[in-house]
Each structure stands twice: as C-alpha cells, then as structure tokens.
Design a protein around this ligand. Structure first.
Ligand code: GLA
Length: 335
C-alpha cells in the first residue's frame, strides 16, 4: 500500500496527519485543558490499516455520494443510473470503490495539503468525469478547515463529506464517547426506515432522544426505545440544519479533559453517527480494539438519497457549475 503522509502543524502545537490514500485524516493531536496533547481522531498507524478495514471509513473523504442512495438507483434528466449495492439493498458512501479507497494526488501548501482526484465517467456507475479538489488547512485558530470543490463534464450528482470519528478523551484512552456533551443546532431530522433510507419526512426533534438543541451526553438517551433510535442501533441520522452559509451547527464538550469540538459548515445536513457498528474485531492507532461508541462522526452533507427526493436540497451538478462546500472542525478547551 503506497500512500504519502502529510503533517500539518500550527503555532499552538496542534498536529494533523493526512494520507494521500483516501484523503484520510489519520490523526488530530490537540491539547486538553492542561496542555496535554492527545490524538482525538480514530484511525490506524498506517495506510494498510485503512485498506484492511474499510468498513468504518475512518477519517476518509467520502464520494461521489456521501450516505445512502436507495436501491442504488436514481434518474437524472430522464436517464436511469445504477450504483453498487454495498449496504444491504442500498448504496453507501460512493459504492464499492469510493473516494475513500482512491489514491489522491496530494501536495503540501502553506498550512495545509491539497488533494485532487479525477473520477472518470462511469466511475462506480456515476455519470460524468468529476474533477475533485479537497483542501485541508490547519489554522492558527485551531481549526481543521476542509474546502471541497468539484466540476463535471456531464450532469451528475455529488455529495462529499469527511468521515472522521472523534473521541475527545483521546484515542486509546479506553473511554467511550457516551460522556461527551453533544449539542446540535437543529430543530428537525430525517425520518428513516430499517435501511436508514429517508422517508422524505422531516420530524421535529422536540420530545425525542434526537433533541440536542441543548447539550446532552451522547449516552444519556442512546438506549431509548424510540423507533428511530432502534432502527439506527443508536444515533445514525441526518439532522436538518437551519440557516445558510458557513455557520456553527454543532458543539461537543468532553468534561474530563475539557476538550471541545465546534463544527461549522455550509451544508444543509449533518449525519451524527455514534459508532454503532464498531464491534471490537480490530484494533487501531491507540493500541486498543474499537468497540461500539468509541467514536462519533459528524458528517456534514446534503441529505441522504437526495437524488430520489425532489423536495430535498439538490445534489445535481452540471457542466459549467462548481460544487463548493466548506466544513470547519474547531478545537478548544473549556475550564
Ligand atoms: C455512516 C452511516 C453509518 C455507517 C458509517 C460507516 O455514518 O450512516 O450507517 O455505515 O457511515 O460505518
């Protein structure tokens, strides 16, 4: 497995490692309230680890279509397309050989790394040659900023995200994320079926275990018997974010270390996934097995299965247009 590794550092000593394989964010070292650095991003010691264990998509760039497309089918401008079924009867995260498994062209720039990929027409069944640029920047404000851009030579659908899992106690600490306080600035979420495909209905979070408008421990209601939680085996839903432009959409506080994570995005949705499918069958960079609840992902995105839901914000990209999206993971500490 050949992959280049890039190291980003900032004035405050934060350190982020990025691989050209999958455009993977391999590690994010940030201080706790006493200044002690720990890696807070789940992953593996080398690229081979990711190739051997692609299932969780640790740290990877997800494309062409982040999240699910029902039955792997959609129509665009009257033509029908089929993409691989790799999640029961549905397609997940771009198919069998998504962007998480490609070797990206990568070059270091001031404060960051620029990754580019040309996905040929028909790649995993998606139409059009798609040229993608993803830029990771580590700022002196302790932000990992991700800028996505894409252009196509034929009409297509695109939904790019990053699949980093965080554990603010530090990977290998032995603690799960259930004590992390999660806040998501959203009034609604997409109702899903047993395959985690949206019905099209936006349900209010009010009165449900998905209400994170005020900070609540991830573990406080994760065993709720509400139907939507049981379908996900925990949290695995798309929150419908209000507002527009680059705005704060979530904030996480880990009370013991004091580490905080604030998420800003231009996207209309965010999948909060509580690591439900991590099953303890492999270990990673912390030297311990990854088990259910050892990390959480906040995948900023357009909505799952949008190509089959005309009422959802459009994921269609046409020649002459430029897909643009920005997400910021800002790290900090609280006293
Ligand atoms: C996303 C999905 C989950 C799961 C993970 C990867 O978060 O919504 O259901 O597939 O990716 O394991």
């Amino acid at each position: 497995m050949s992959s280049d590794q890039f190291e980003l550092t900032n004035a405050n000593g934060l350190r982020v490692r990025v691989l050209s394989y999958g455009g993977i964010v391999q590690s994010i070292e940030v201080p706790d309230r006493d200044g002690v650095l720990a890696n807070v991003a789940l992953g593996f010691a080398d690229a081979q680890g990711y190739a051997d264990h692609p299932g969780p998509y640790f740290g990877a760039i997800i494309g062409r279509y982040g999240n699910r497309i029902a039955k792997g089918r959609f129509t665009l401008d009257g033509a029908s397309y089929s993409v691989p079924l790799n999640n029961g009867p549905n397609s997940l995260h771009g198919g069998l050989s998504g962007f998480d498994r490609k070797i990206w062209d990568a070059r270091a720039v001031d404060g960051g790394v620029v990754l580019t990929l040309v996905s040929p027409d028909g790649d995993e069944g998606f139409p059009g040659e798609l040229s993608v640029t993803v830029t990771y920047t580590l700022t002196d404000d302790d932000e990992l900023r991700i800028d996505y851009e894409a252009v196509t030579d034929a009409p297509t659908v695109v939904n790019l995200t990053n699949h980093s899992y965080f554990n603010l106690t530090g990977v290998g600490s032995g603690s799960d994320v259930y004590g992390h306080l999660m806040q998501i600035h959203a009034d609604g979420f997409l109702e899903v079926d047993a395959g985690l495909i949206p019905s099209g209905e936006i349900l209010p979070v009010e009165g449900t275990a998905l209400d994170f408008r005020s900070p609540v421990a991830i573990g406080a209601r994760i065993r709720s018997d509400e139907a939507q939680l049981l379908l996900g085996g925990g949290y695995d839903h798309n929150w419908v974010l209000g507002g527009e432009g680059l705005r704060e959409v979530a904030r996480v506080v880990e009370p013991v270390s004091g580490r905080t994570l604030t998420v800003l995005t231009t996207e209309p949705g965010m999948q909060f996934y509580s690591g439900n499918f991590l099953d303890g069958t492999f270990a990673g960079s912390g030297g311990l097995a990854y088990r259910q609840g050892d990390g959480f992902a906040l995948e900023t995105q357009h909505f799952p299965d949008a190509p089959n839901h005309p009422s959802f914000p459009s994921t269609v990209l046409r020649p002459g247009e430029t897909y643009r999206s920005t997400t910021i993971y800002r790290f900090g500490v609280e006293a």
